[in-house]
Design a protein around this ligand. Structure first.
Ligand code: MN
Ligand code: MN
Length: 459
């Protein structure tokens, strides 16, 4: 089949657009290293384009641009369409949480003169990849007086970084014979934060390094040890996203999964300059990497509630109409796909694999071992999408996530499908997915924005 998994040739004007988009995306990635930071950055960009908080308006009409910031960790942006909401909306959804190391509630300890933060990893990681890297601390510390301190340590070139040590090869004979899953175990992901004791005379006898770190934290960042109890601190790779490859065709960055799709969805929404026929939605969810759980994960009801609020604002709410609206939605569940890696060709099936640089990828189903747990989009819906993207000249490819009995992996598709809406997984192919530094191709980002924009615009 020649149509599938093919490169597209770009003219100079298109290549300039690809580069400009890549630059905007890199800036978004650098500013958004946590779900909270991504929401903040998305809101900033949305407000600059006329979006207002849904709670700030008393009515809504076609063309209105509204958003709901859900607990600072999930975000829904709407452009109200001409058609009644009970006809459904065109939703492009992605997630903005990424694998990382989360700081425990009682994290700070000293062992043999080194002070550490104890962590519990978040999402599916290969633990051995997270050692000997410069890491940064991002997040919030909520204090009992109600104030919240925002932290970002390790991104400015003048900032210190933190990190996890590994064993030198000279002493690693035993370690090197272990299974990769045991080379570095979860309990060993202890982040070094200091090794200098308090000066003589200041409680030198007991945990002097930990005490010195606590003193520094109090003076520099304004919180104390007890405040870790109500903190959300995420340890992430320090540093900026970079152009990757001598030809600069790719981007290496932290959190492409799934901020590349989130950013493409945002730009696609911002591309809607006219009043759309159907209401357009950009839906950015949290907690996908740990099963879309919790109040900010997709399994929570915030999207349904926001749709109900919006219908009420248009003066057209009833329980039945809400159910119709949700069932009549069409959705691209946008999440990254595994890019074919020639180094690991054995886990892919070449005819049904996603390739770097060959366009936005569609996964009819993502499950494995008998398609278990997959969404399995309807053929009729896929046919409509083919028509839409062929007309818009979008370069797309189709894939499964790995060989029949190897792959698998969930997204938010199956959750939204519970309402009965048409939904399919779509996204950007990624090399080294879930590694601290992942790789995408700029052309795939570009085709994703074009695909999502055409989808939102569909009648
Ligand atoms: Mn993902
Ligand atoms: Mn993931």
């Amino acid at each position: 089949m020649e149509r599938n998994n093919a490169w597209k040739t770009y003219d100079n004007e298109q290549l300039e657009a690809v580069e400009a988009l890549a630059k905007r995306y890199r800036a978004f990635l650098d500013a958004g290293k946590t779900e909270r930071e991504c929401v903040r950055e998305a809101v900033k960009r949305a407000e600059a384009r006329g979006f207002a908080p849904m709670a700030s308006v008393t009515s809504a009409k076609p063309g209105d641009r509204l958003y709901v910031n859900w607990m600072g960790k999930a975000l829904m942006l709407f452009i109200v369409g001409e058609k009644p909401l009970s006809d459904g909306a065109n939703i492009v959804g992605a997630h903005i949480d990424s694998p990382r190391l989360d700081v425990k509630q009682n994290p700070l300890y000293e062992d043999t003169g080194i002070a550490y933060l104890d962590t519990h990893y978040y999402g599916g990681i290969k633990k051995y990849q997270w050692v000997t890297l410069p890491l940064a601390i991002h997040g919030v510390v909520a204090k009992v007086d109600g104030s919240v301190i925002e932290l970002s340590i390790g991104e400015d070139p003048d900032d210190p970084v933190v990190g996890v040590s590994d064993l030198l090869p000279h002493l690693a004979q035993d370690q090197m014979t272990k299974k990769a899953s045991l080379v570095i175990e979860g309990d060993m992901l202890n982040v070094i934060v200091g090794d200098r004791p308090l000066p003589d005379g200041e409680e030198k006898e007991k945990e002097p390094v930990k005490k010195a770190i606590l003193k520094l934290i109090e003076e520099k960042y304004g919180f104390e040890e007890e405040d870790f109890l109500s903190a959300e601190l995420e340890i992430v790779p320090a540093g900026k996203a970079r152009d990757f490859g001598l030809d600069r065709s790719m981007i290496m960055g932290y959190g492409h999964d799934d901020r590349v799709c989130a950013y493409a969805a945002l730009e696609a929404l911002f591309d809607q300059t006219e009043v759309p026929a159907r209401t357009c939605v950009c839906l950015l969810s949290d907690k996908e990497e740990i099963g879309s759980v919790g109040a900010t994960g997709m399994q929570a009801r915030y999207f349904e509630n926001a749709m109900a609020e919006l219908m009420a604002l248009t003066g057209d709410y009833s329980e039945l109409k809400l159910r119709r609206a949700l069932a009549n939605c069409r959705m691209l569940s946008c999440d990254v796909s595994a890019a074919f890696d020639p180094n690991f060709a054995g886990v892919f099936e070449k005819k049904n694999a996603a390739y770097l640089g060959r366009g936005v990828c569609f996964n009819k189903f993502t499950g494995s071992r008998g398609k278990y747990d997959s969404n399995d989009a309807n053929a009729e819906f896929i046919a409509a999408l083919r028509n839409l993207f062929d007309t818009a000249g979008v370069n797309f490819q189709t894939a499964e996530l790995g060989k029949v009995d190897i792959g698998g992996g969930g997204t938010i598709a199956y959750i939204c499908a519970l309402y009965g809406m048409e939904v399919i997984d779509s996204g950007v192919p990624v090399l080294s997915m879930h590694a601290p530094w992942e790789i995408i191709d700029k052309a795939d980002l570009y085709e994703s924005v074009r695909a999502y924009a055409a989808f939102m615009d569909a009648k």
